[in-house]
Ligand binder design. Sequence first.
Ligand code: NAD
Ligand code: SER
Length: 327
Amino acid sequence: MKRILITGALGQLGSEITTSLRRRYGTDNVVITDIRDNTGRELIESGPFYLADCRDGKKLTEIVRSHRIDTIYHLAALLSATAEANPLTAWDLNTAGLLTVLGIALEYSCAVFTPSSIGVFGPTTMKNWTPQDTLQRPTSMYGITKVAGELICDYYNHRYGVDTRGVRYPGLISNVTPPGGGTTDYAVDIYYAAVRKKQYTCFLKGDTYLDMMYMPDAVKAAIEIMEANPEKLRHRNAFNLTAMSFSPEEQAGYIRRYLPEFEIYYEIDPLRQAIANSWPNNMEDYAARVEWGWEPEYDLDAMTRDMLEVLTLRFADETNAGGRNHV
Ligand code: NAD
Ligand code: SER
């Protein structure tokens, strides 16, 4: 049985990984931490939780020792748009936090999962079917910290034998916790706006293609890679991973299959558009499929149907009051 510590557990990804890991390994075996406690009340009250900055080695060490942790899911980070607005804070949090976790993992023999991102690629990378092993010259601070993260995780593995593993997630779409300041946030917001207002104003251009994934697949990947046979993991910390690639215009078209009156408008945010332009249109994820059997379950249609169903139920009172139809 694993004994797991999660940093950044109350974020978009952490809140859903926590629930799945607690179901799989037992609530008391999944200790969660975050720098805030003003959200995620249910998670905080349902199992072990500590307020902890992931750069605070002393505090994390105490938690690892007292709970006899053997696996760390290190999720605390600043995402691309927030990082670009606060580049030095992002550098500090994303690299110092990871180094702190790796140092503890080395001392207490823990395995470490660290998510990397499509942000590790830059404008000089091949944009279509971006290969697993290719040029990585990102222009965003987020991307720079993520490339550094992949490399330092590789280093702790080959130099010290720490069992580090990770994936390059695409944009993640979910309906439990709102996204934390990324360039791909529009692809989540659009569903909330579709259900509540039947229209959405998008901050990226309609023809901007990016890789995306529905949260159940992202959680599945994080669990599967940590349970995979380590001998087969040649690309330990940097597996390209995708489930679908689409543009805002295309996503709006799929929403119209279920909400025909839905309209999309555009008001471009130059900062996030520039970041999106520097990322791949779509990646290939052959290495993940071959080395640990990665296979997504949701495509754009299945995800759209599910998101709209969940959100329609959640906002039923609101939409009924406005005389709107359900999906
Ligand atoms: P998020 O912003 O939703 O959550 C991050 C969490 O970290 C927050 O709860 C925040 O309070 C916490 N945090 C911030 N500073 C901290 C600190 N100093 N110490 C401890 N906790 C701190 O982010 P997310 O979307 O859940 O992302 C999790 C990981 O996945 C990140 O490494 C991110 O780069 C990666 N990732 C996310 C996406 C995506 O689309 N969400 C895509 C690719 C990679
Ligand atoms: N979804 C993330 C972002 O936009 C990609 O890592 O920052």
